[in-house]
Design a protein around this ligand. Structure first.
Ligand code: PEP
Ligand code: MG
Length: 323
């Protein structure tokens, strides 16, 4: 198995029936790039930029951020790097940026909600990203988008900073893709409307499952409700993918489920374009996809969505098929 994986390091990701999909990696800091290169990921599908803020004693400057983004973009070029803007709040805190005490931090002041409120912080991040865009192929996505106006507000700020930099003679790429995390059920339900505004979706199953099942992702007492294969979750995922495709956009996934061998056959069947996971899962998933045919997986996914009732039904369905 190790020998087979070694041959897959430089290979493209191709299914048994010859379809190509992108396997990307999730990173938290530029230090993670070694693992990404060693495992042959085809892109960075999620760069969790909040680690820049968490690893710092104060708000990282525009130049600090620029250096980090540039390093990742240059190293990966010409492969795409999708940077997610700051996702602070929930369980992630910054000692130098006190947030209000909240009854429900996961339902509170978090991610894009902070960025739109504190647009001084947001603009600094976007300027650093725009400057770095000249050094590779950049995608930017916004976390925890619930409504179309939130996405539009974030995009407007991005375009303002872009125009300012260009007016100042700074080199900025003109092919930056702007997308959003799909991790709030309200957004997933309206994916067809969001799809007209974005360049891509990246499905964040870690939060999408938590919010759809109303089960805290870190609470062991309700962990039985953490059900990636529940048909309710699969229907949302399929709606997001179909909505993207109907507008000629692409759909990826960067939650844990994207690298899960039970989930991957279902995602292939639903036509997910990009699979972003921890670098250590890349070769395992590339090897799995090589054995699967998209036509068969489509039939499997249809069954999982229309006939199954429970998470376990689908676990069995897939295990039976892929064993
Ligand atoms: C997710 O919610 O699935 C996700 C990828 O983001 P995070 O785990 O950082 O919340
Ligand atoms: Mg999330």
């Amino acid at each position: 198995q190790k020998a087979e994986w070694a041959t897959l390091k430089t290979a493209k990701t191709v299914t048994a029936d010859g379809k190509h999909f992108t396997i990307a990696a999730n990173i938290g800091t530029p230090k993670d790039l070694d693992g990404v290169l060693a495992n042959g990921a085809e892109a960075i599908g999620l760069y969790r930029s909040e680690f820049l803020y968490m690893d710092s004693a104060e708000l990282p400057t525009e130049d600090d951020q620029f250096e980090a983004y540039k390093q990742v973009l240059e190293t990966m070029s010409p492969k795409q790097v999708v940077v997610r803007t700051m996702d602070i709040g929930g369980d992630k805190h910054l000692p130098y940026l006190p947030l209000p005490e909240e009854q429900n931090p996961f339902l509170g002041y978090r991610a894009i909600r902070i960025s739109l409120d504190r647009d001084d912080i947001f603009r600094t991040q976007l300027r650093a990203l725009l400057r770095a865009s000249a050094f590779g192929k950049l995608g930017i996505m916004f976390p925890m988008i619930a409504t179309v106006p939130e996405f539009e507000a974030a995009k407007a700020i991005f375009l303002e900073e872009k125009a300012k930099l260009i007016a100042d003679g700074v080199k900025v790429a003109d092919d930056i893709e702007l997308g959003m995390m799909m991790e709030i059920p309200a957004a997933a339900v309206l994916a067809d409307q969001f799809a007209k505004h974005v360049d891509f979706f990246s499905i964040g199953t870690n939060d999408l499952i938590q919010y759809t099942m109303a089960a805290d992702r870190g609470n062991e007492h309700v962990s039985y409700l953490y059900q990636p294969y529940n048909p309710s979750i699969l229907r949302l995922v399929k709606h997001v993918i179909d909505s993207a495709h109907a507008e000629g956009k692409w759909a990826g996934m960067c939650g844990e489920a994207a690298g899960d061998p039970i989930m991957v056959p279902l995602l292939l069947g639903m036509g997910l374009d990009e699979y972003s996971m921890s670098a250590t899962s890349v070769l395992k998933v590339r090897s799995l996809m090589k054995k699967l045919s998209t036509a068969d997986m489509k039939a499997l996914a249809d069954k999982a969505i229309t006939e199954s009732v429970t998470n376990e039904d689908n676990q069995k369905l897939v295990a039976e098929y892929t064993k």
